[in-house]
Structure formats: structure tokens, C-alpha cells
Design a protein around this ligand. Structure first.
Ligand code: HAM
Length: 416
């Protein structure tokens, strides 16, 4: 084979694509119920947009972005996530001037050059939402509820919601100093990876996947215990909205996200049906980001969810509808004359909205019947010289095996 798809990318083939349509349909229906409007942004953007928003020292920016110089020597990057692009579009198109609160959603491909493994791709797909213009904790709770509603609509009810507050510019610096002091004291017992993060990205140390690290981090100070009054009140309100709504959740003081733009709320939803890459979705509040990207100060909150991981869970739980839906009618042609008639008649029926298939390979009647069966067609009609001269034929229901006579000029009536 001369050309193969690039490592970490996948074709979505017929038979699989139906699962994607099923997921996308649920996403659109739920988003509409919550009054979010779809936005589509370009697949690549100026590199600085991402390094500035996601954070210069994050893994995404330092190791994972697909960045290249185009022919005009401009540095561009395939989008590793959706939030930065949505905010850029929001600012550029003055969307905030049309209404004081803007609710947007998106579905599309994202790109990160990570080491491919189950549930981790280099081109993957996310759906997500961003609400811009309000500091209300109700929107933080709404984001979590939307994420869970989409899973519920698809039949998944056993996910785990973890919530934390990562503070703000006022309370985080003081906490960071405390954390660095603590981490320095136990540095020699931590993995080299964690040691190297202490100075540059100390919060990410909390996220270490190493069990030994986690044991040693047991007594580490947590941001949630050092929040300023505003952040603390916000966090309490988010949690009580979840409590009142009967939304099960767990406070996870070590939850830090791989993107630097968060303030106050951060959350993640995991599934035990997944392996080591168990995060189905993540999100949080980012009250400073719009301003940082050159817009007017505008608070925001959002989430994004991985579609490949969701489909893995749906498959594992056998929650996917049967893949193929065959054409409703297959017209078998018995000879050359019938073939010409069948071609024209199938065009008319399709124009009436009926899914019809015919033979294009000059196969025998028997082979055409076999093909209709393979395609799981609902009805089959055989047309030959006798049918054309009498103007009527026999139609067979492929599920029940029942046969009935039908006028060739009235095939449409079978489907009304
Ligand atoms: P994120 O946590 O980086 O957040 O990604 C969200 C979800 O995308 C993950 O939970 C996971 O399901 C999926 N995902 C991420 N990387 C990969 C990968 N390499 N392969 C397969 N799936 C992946 C964000 O992207 C933020 N923009 C979320 C957000 C929106 N925060 C506020 N608004």
C-alpha cells in the first residue's frame, strides 16, 4: 500500500459514521434546548492565539501543537482546542455587542501531536459550548448539566463529575508560593517529571499519574482551601446548585486542567468504561481570557467533550443503534428493457423522497435478490417483460416474506 493515513488519524467509515451522526444529533438537540447557537471557526489560526490563551508552558503548546510556517512565512497552527478560536471570532465579529450574554456551541476536529493510544488521537473531534458575558455560577452549573444531559440522552448515566476551583489572579499567586514551598520540601521523592514542573507549572504536579507521587502529595495544600472570598462564594454557589439539582459530583481539590486560562470553576467528567484516558469531557470558567485576547473584559465559561471517547463508551455499553439502514426498495431488473425502465422509475421515486436502489452491474435476477438482502432492503420488486406489458408486478417484503401485487405506476403509494 503506497499511501496510508497519518499516525493518530482515523477514517470514519460507512457503518461507523452512523454512530457519529447519532451523537451529533443528540448534541444539537440538547444544545438547542439550552439555547446555544452553533459557530464554525476555521481549522487553523495564528499560532500566537493558542500559545497566548492555552499558556506558553503547557504541554499542548510546548509539545503538541501542529505548527508550521505557511508560504507567506506566517506561523499558523491547526487548532488544538475550540475555546481560543470561538473567543477570537466573538471579539472579531463584535458578537458581544448584539446581546449581553452569548451562548455558542461547536462540533469539529482538533489536532494535538500526542502519543497515540486507545482514546488518544492526533486528529480527534470535540463538541463543546462557551457562554460569554456572565459571571453567574448558574452558568458553571449549566455547563456541567449540559455535558451530563447529552450523555443521558445517549443512555450513559454512570459518569463521574469532578469539580474544583482553581482560584483567580487575586488568590492563586499566594497559593502557588505555598504549593512551591511544599513541593520543594518533598521534591527528592517525586518523579523527575514532577520535579521539573515545580518551578514552571507547579499546579500540574498535582495531576501526576504516578501512584508514588500521589501518595507523597497526600498532605499538599489545595487551592480550594485558600480561595479569596469572591472565589469561595462562587464555588459554594456552584456546588449548592448542583446539590439542589440532584447532580451527583465529587469535589476534587487536585483537579487541575491542562490549559492555563481557567479561573474559579474547573471540572472534568470521567467514565470507568474507558482505560487510562478516562476523561470524557472537561471545562471551566475563564473570566480573564477575552480581555487577554484583546476584547472587552468579558467573563466566560465552557466545556468540551471528546467524541471518539464517547463512541468507545457507547460501543462498550452496546448503546449504539444498528448501523446500516438499507434502501426501502430494491427494483430488480430481469432484462435490458427492464433495466432502462427501472433506471427512470427509480429516479422518479427518489424525487418523491423514497430511498431506492437498482442494479448497475448487469447481475442475474438471483444475484440482485442476494444484493437486496445484503443491503437489508425492506421491499423488493422484480421487473421483466411480463410486468412491463401488464403494468403490475409482485412486491416482496424481505422481513416477513409476504408477497403482494402492485401497479407499477403506483409504487409511491406503498410508502405513504
Ligand atoms: P480538554 O480537556 O483539553 O479541554 O479536552 C476536552 C476533551 O477532549 C477531553 O476530555 C477528551 O475527551 C478530548 N480529548 C482531548 N485530547 C484528546 C486526544 N488527543 N484524543 C482524543 N480525545 C481527546 C479543552 O479542550 C477545553 N477547550 C475545554 C473548554 C471549553 N474549557 C472551556 N471551554
Amino acid at each position: 500500500m503506497k499511501y496510508r493515513s497519518i499516525k493518530g488519524t482515523k477514517d470514519i467509515l460507512p457503518g461507523e459514521v452512523e454512530a457519529w451522526q447519532h451523537v451529533e444529533g443528540s448534541v444539537r438537540r440538547v444544545m438547542q434546548r439550552f439555547n446555544y447557537h452553533e459557530i464554525r471557526t476555521p481549522v487553523f489560526e495564528t499560532t500566537a492565539l493558542f500559545s497566548r490563551s492555552i499558556g506558553e508552558l503547557t504541554d499542548i503548546v510546548t509539545k503538541e501543537m501542529y505548527t508550521f510556517r505557511d508560504r507567506s512565512d506566517e506561523s499558523v497552527t491547526l487548532k488544538p482546542e475550540g475555546t481560543a478560536s470561538v473567543l477570537r471570532a466573538y471579539i472579531q465579529n463584535n458578537i458581544g455587542e448584539q446581546a449581553s450574554l452569548t451562548k455558542l456551541y461547536y462540533i469539529g476536529p482538533m489536532f494535538r501531536q500526542e502519543r497515540p493510544q486507545a482514546g488518544r488521537l492526533r486528529q480527534f473531534h470535540q463538541y463543546g459550548a462557551e457562554a460569554l458575558g456572565s459571571q453567574s455560577p448558574a452558568l458553571d452549573a449549566e455547563m456541567m448539566i449540559i455535558t451530563l444531559e447529552i450523555y443521558r440522552a445517549l443512555g450513559i448515566t454512570d459518569t463521574m463529575l469532578k469539580v474544583n476551583s482553581v482560584g483567580c489572579q487575586r488568590c492563586r499567586p499566594r497559593y502557588k508560593d505555598l504549593l512551591i514551598d511544599h513541593l520543594k520540601k518533598i521534591a527528592s521523592q517525586l518523579t523527575p517529571d514532577s520535579q521539573s514542573r515545580i518551578q514552571n507549572n507547579p499546579l500540574r504536579v498535582l495531576d501526576s499519574k504516578d501512584e508514588g507521587d500521589q501518595r507523597r502529595l497526600r498532605d499538599v495544600p489545595l487551592m480550594k482551601d485558600f480561595l479569596c472570598r469572591e472565589c469561595s462564594e462562587h464555588f459554594v454557589e456552584v456546588l449548592s446548585l448542583l446539590d439542589e439539582g440532584g447532580i451527583p459530583h465529587q469535589i476534587d481539590g487536585k483537579l487541575v486542567r491542562g490549559l492555563d486560562y481557567y479561573t474559579k470553576t474547573a471540572f472534568e467528567i470521567t467514565s470507568s468504561a474507558l482505560g487510562s484516558q478516562d476523561a470524557l469531557a472537561g471545562g471551566g470558567r475563564y473570566d480573564l481570557l477575552v480581555e487577554e485576547l484583546g476584547g472587552k473584559p468579558t467573563p466566560g465559561v465552557g466545556f468540551a467533550a471528546g467524541i471518539e471517547r464517547l463512541i468507545m463508551v457507547l460501543k462498550k455499553k452496546e448503546l449504539l443503534p444498528s448501523a446500516f439502514r438499507g434502501p426501502r426498495l430494491y427494483i430488480v431488473s430481469a432484462d435490458k428493457n427492464a433495466r432502462r425502465w427501472t433506471f427512470q422509475r427509480s429516479m422518479e421515486l427518489r424525487r418523491h423522497g423514497i430511498a431506492v436502489e437498482i442494479d448497475y452491474l448487469e447481475r442475474s435476477v438471483k444475484a440482485q435478490m442476494r444484493e437486496a438482502n445484503r443491503m437489508a432492503c425492506e421491499l423488493v420488486l422484480i421487473v421483466g417483460e411480463r410486468e412491463l406489458s401488464s403494468g403490475s408486478g409482485t412486491i416482496k417484503n424481505m422481513t416477513s416474506g409476504m408477497e403482494s401485487s402492485v401497479a407499477l405506476s403506483q409504487l409511491e403509494s406503498l410508502f405513504t
